[in-house]
Design a protein around this ligand. Structure first.
Ligand code: TMP
Ligand code: ASP
Length: 237
């Protein structure tokens, strides 16, 4: 499958057309941003790791009955995916307090929840991805009620699966962000990526952060953390 014209360049990936109108190639970059693009940097080797990790995790999810956009890894940085129209919602699942949850509600990071939580942000950079509820998503016609129900069901099932995968590897899945898309026939599938850019992953013993928070918060050892979390995933497989 050959790359045709570039269709889109995002903060962390480029998207190319192929000769099949239903398939695209995503190409992962080493560019990193945070705080809605305010902070910019490079995490050397990140694109290779995120590509490999996202593909491995999506392949696992497919096996448990979650449809995803993943088709085939083409190279270190390039993956063939199904073309989707992205549902403009960032779907965030949390198991433990951290990040904007802790900030918004004034609670320390690291408090485990009885039950996972789910929240939605309106994916809109110029508005700063505002938090919305499902009524707002319906009012804004971002998705239908049936689509939102499907997305919630998938998101919690994905959480169960990912939590178990990481637990075996001595890693606690704190929270993560998902994006879903519609295939040309309207089927909802998991899209975008699942990587240390989009998840909080803490070493279960030491609590060491093995994700993009090292970049966001200037904690140092960013590249090393990405390499370590990738190694943890692959070594158990
Ligand atoms: P938050 O605590 O900052 O809301 O982040 C929740 C999770 O979502 C965390 O695992 C990081 C991820 N995330 C993204 O993937 N993209 C984003 O733009 C933001 C703000 C968070
Ligand atoms: N990637 C997002 C941005 O540029 C934020 C993040 O992951 O923290 O703003």
């Amino acid at each position: 499958m050959e790359k045709r014209e570039q269709l889109y360049e995002g903060k962390a990936k480029k998207v190319y057309a192929t000769d099949d109108p239903e398939l695209l190639i995503v190409s992962y970059k080493d560019d990193a941003t945070a705080f809605n693009g305010l902070k910019k940097g490079t995490i050397t080797g990140k694109g290779v790791i995120n590509n490999r990790m996202s593909n491995a995790l999506m392949a696992r999810l497919e096996k448990t009955g979650i449809p995803t956009h993943f088709v085939k890894e083409l190279s270190e940085r390039d993956t063939l995916v199904k073309r989707v129209r992205i549902v403009p919602l960032e779907v965030i699942v949390r198991n433990i307090s951290a990040g904007s949850f802790s900030k918004r509600y004034g609670v320390p990071e690291g408090i485990p929840f009885e039950e996972p939580t789910i929240e939605f942000s309106y994916k809109n950079d110029s508005l700063g991805d505002p938090l919305i509820n499902t009524y707002h998503a319906l009012a804004l016609k971002l998705a239908t009620k049936a689509e939102i129900d499907t997305i919630k069901d998938y998101a919690f099932r994905i959480n169960d699966e990912l939590k178990a995968i990481w637990k075996k590897r001595g890693v606690t899945l704190v929270d993560f962000k998902l994006e879903f898309g519609r295939l040309s026939d309207g089927t909802i599938v998991l899209a975008d990526e699942i990587s240390p850019d989009t998840c909080r992953l803490w070493d279960s013993e030491t609590g060491k952060k093995l994700d993009k928070d090292r970049f966001r918060r200037d904690l140092g050892g960013v590249e090393e953390a990405y390499a370590e979390i990738m190694e943890r995933l692959e070594n158990e497989e």
